[in-house]
Design a protein. Structure first.
Length: 324
């Protein structure tokens, strides 16, 4: 508009004539945005019960109380159902608007900060157990439920021993932190180097900060370079061929127990050409290798109860935690 006025002052051509020259509607030229949301103004109250009308601020407080409960990570759809169960007459679109305005929507994107430490050498050279660990995620199809579960495996590079794994229908950074925290109960993890790819679970800021707090150095493979994480990729190809392709799982629990048995076989009986046709447990148990145990006391059955679906491998057996 300022340009049109300057042109009018220098040439004497009116603004209306300029608008006609460029075939622009006057309403478009003189339009000024109001800054308000488009459409009908949103409601400020919500019905509760048969005849009560409450302010939306009260609904937001109710949503906040719900989301502050332990283990509750609901999205707006489940929050809407919970509110309707409590007597509110509200649809999911309004719940989404209120949660968005109150910054209560569960974040779908993983926010990352800081520079990633990418690998310097393609192949890992480990000189002792618990010097280098590697982890990755693999799909496991659960036929009865007709959906994929996520298998997270943590392996020691030097011995090729599977130290821990977790199987869940949802695998995010809290599950990764939980798995490594379980490992931390048995072994001194400070100084370990952990290699992984650039999955959303692994680049999450919370995971990186948690590993930093444990004294674990995390390094990332380069984009589209699975060969840089070849040990865990090889393990996953073996479990695909020897387990996943051979079994039809009726539940995630059956898959969990089958994988536990396989990893027990993998650690105690399966021969590995890369370590001199020995088993991982043979290498692990060699007398001239110092294992940085944090405690020498094995887990008891009391400590194994009421934990999430995670399977840790100790020196004698897998410790199974049930409760998906």
């Amino acid at each position: 508009m300022m340009v049109a006025k300057q042109y009018e002052q220098t040439t004497g051509v009116t603004t209306r004539e300029l608008i006609k020259w460029v075939s622009l509607a006057p309403s478009s030229f003189y339009y000024k945005p109001s800054g308000n949301p488009k459409g009908i103004k949103p409601s400020t109250h919500t019905r509760h019960g048969p005849d009560e009308l409450v302010e939306n601020a009260r609904v937001v407080d109710q949503i906040t109380t719900l989301l502050n409960q332990e283990f509750v990570c609901y999205g707006y759809l489940k929050v809407a159902r919970e509110l309707r169960r409590q007597g509110y007459h509200i649809n999911h679109k309004k719940v989404y608007r209120l949660m968005k305005e109150g910054h209560l929507v569960y974040r779908r994107t993983i926010r990352t900060t800081g520079k990633r430490n990418f690998v310097k050498f393609r192949k890992i050279q480990a000189d002792r157990p618990l010097q280098y660990l590697t982890m990755d995620i693999k799909y496991v199809y659960i036929h009865a439920d007709r959906k994929q579960a996520y298998l997270l495996t943590l392996m020691d590079v030097y011995t090729r021993k599977v130290l821990a794994y977790a199987l869940h229908y949802s695998m995010r950074h809290p599950q990764v932190i939980a798995l490594i925290s379980q490992l931390r109960k048995d072994y001194q993890v400070e100084g370990i180097i952990l290699r992984n790819d650039n999955g959303s679970q692994f680049i999450a800021h919370n995971l990186r900060e948690a590993l930093k707090g444990m004294g674990i150095e995390q390094e990332f493979t380069h984009i589209a370079s699975p060969q840089e994480n070849g040990f865990i990729e090889s393990l996953h190809s073996q479990i695909q061929r020897e387990v996943i392709d051979r079994y039809i799982f009726d539940s995630i629990h059956e898959a969990d127990w089958t994988i536990a048995r396989y990893y027990h076989f993998y650690n105690t009986q399966r021969l590995h050409g890369g370590i001199g046709y020995k088993t991982p447990d043979q290498i692990w148990a060699e007398e001239n290798i110092s294992i940085p145990y944090k405690t020498t006391q094995p887990k008891t059955s009391e400590t194994e109860e009421n934990l999430s679906t995670t399977c840790l491998y100790s020196d004698s057996q897998f410790v199974q935690f049930i409760g998906v």
